[in-house]
Design a protein around this ligand. Structure first.
Ligand SMILES: [Mg+2]
Length: 405
């Protein structure tokens, strides 16, 4: 039984009165609650066993200290009765209950997805509390969905990390079967698939290892955030032969003069792109700010910074994932490319890709009302979001359309 001290006065003591011999009172004492706690405990019969867990810290810090004490008490009791509370032995029905997961009723499904997509756009526009913007956003969403449904798409352009695979997946990973099935369905219908990625050659093995070889000529990879686009049948670009090696070295020299950078950032000059991995995510805001400031202060005319789920990439100002979209469009006559990514907000590495007028995000969105919408139901994102969008595609020979996304 759990009760605060004043609620304890409302009949909770009856338990002790009836079952005192089998009961232990565990009392939490913080600087704020101590006066009332002591007066309450003093009134319990002397025969009642009381364990006092005490902290001298106030507020949230006190809560954390007491939580640690609770772990120790649990451990001690577990040892005494011969149970590991971390591995108590789960019955089959318990496991089935655990895996039930969240359930959204079909009738609520559409409404909640609309609400969620509008809420995401309003948040990106910093106007969640403005009712007039809400009306504009609702109307823009309806127009966007109509435009998507009426369009013929002749190419599928996808970001990779956070969209097709989980962020930072290794080069030996395989695409999930549901993702591979979606891509092969498009490829079987002779619809080319482009990957606009911040990666270099590490994407190549994932794709060749998963997608059937007969599809490779229709698969294109736009490496290093759009720097170089090649068919999957060709060897990926070497990360030593790119055009920007020297300017990245100059930037690195400047960044390394800041001790924050030396300790917390792992840089790799890939010639087309300078990848900066921040070792501890807690350091990300500080390190990212220093990198952005340095680029803006000394290299603004040549370089810019884009953010992925696991790194910051410095690229040439002329480089853009939109280059991949232009290339895809150049091969189409009466259809347009469809683009999808996860980092659609201004600083993200899919911002450019998702300025395309037929684009969906599986995570963050920009403030634009005419691109980069996330139409997914609440709780569905990233790779699961891609699979969800895939279910709304109607694939025909050479093109696809989209029903209610
Ligand atoms: Mg991504």
């Amino acid at each position: 039984m759990l009760a605060d001290y004043r609620n304890f006065a409302h009949g909770r003591h009856n338990w002790i009165h009836k079952r005192g011999e089998q009961t232990v009172v565990i009392a939490f004492l913080t600087p704020e609650s101590e006066p009332l706690a002591r007066r309450t405990l003093a009134l319990l019969p002397a025969s009642v066993r009381v364990l006092r867990l005490t902290t001298q810290s106030e507020g949230a810090a006190g809560t954390l200290e007491l939580l640690l004490q609770v772990f120790r008490v649990t451990e001690a009791i577990g040892k005494k009765v011969g149970i590991d509370p971390g591995r108590p032995g789960v019955p089959g029905y318990g496991r089935r209950i655990y895996h039930l997961g969240p359930v959204v009723l079909p009738s609520q499904h559409a409404d909640t997805a609309i609400e969620a997509s509008v809420a995401r756009k309003l948040a990106a526009r910093n106007s969640s509390i403005r009712s007039e913007d809400r009306e504009s956003v609702m109307a823009a969403r309806a127009n966007y969905v109509t435009a998507l449904r009426q369009q013929r798409f002749g190419a599928f352009v996808a970001d990779f990390d956070g969209t097709v695979v989980h962020p930072g997946a290794s080069s030996t990973t395989k695409l999930l079967p549901t993702v591979a099935a979606l891509l092969e369905k498009l490829l079987r219908a002779r619809i080319p698939v482009y990957f606009a990625t911040g990666r270099g050659n590490s994407i190549h093995g994932v794709l060749t290892g998963t997608l059937g070889k007969k599809y490779h000529p229709l698969v294109f990879v736009s490496y290093y955030n759009g720097s170089v686009t090649l068919p999957l049948t060709e060897t990926p670009p070497s990360d030593t032969g790119g055009p920007h090696h020297e300017v990245f070295e100059a930037l690195l020299r400047e960044l390394k003069s800041d001790p924050v950078f030396a300790r917390r950032v792992h840089p790799v000059n890939k010639s087309y792109q300078l990848t900066l991995k921040i070792k501890d995510q807690a350091d990300f805001p500080l390190a990212a700010a220093r990198i952005r400031e340095t680029v803006l202060a000394s290299f603004a005319e040549q370089l810019r910074v884009v953010e992925s789920s696991h790194s910051l990439d410095v690229i040439s100002r002329a480089t853009s994932k939109l280059e991949c979209v232009r290339l895809a469009q150049s091969q189409l006559v009466d259809a347009v490319p469809f683009t999808i990514g996860d980092r659609g907000a201004l600083l993200g590495n899919d911002y450019d890709l998702l300025t395309h007028p037929y684009s969906l995000s599986v995570d963050a969105v920009s403030a634009s009302l005419t691109s980069c919408w996330n139409l997914l139901p609440p709780g569905v994102r990233n790779v699961a979001g891609l699979v969800h969008v895939g279910k709304s595609l109607v694939v025909r020979r050479g093109y696809f359309t989209m029903k209610a996304p």
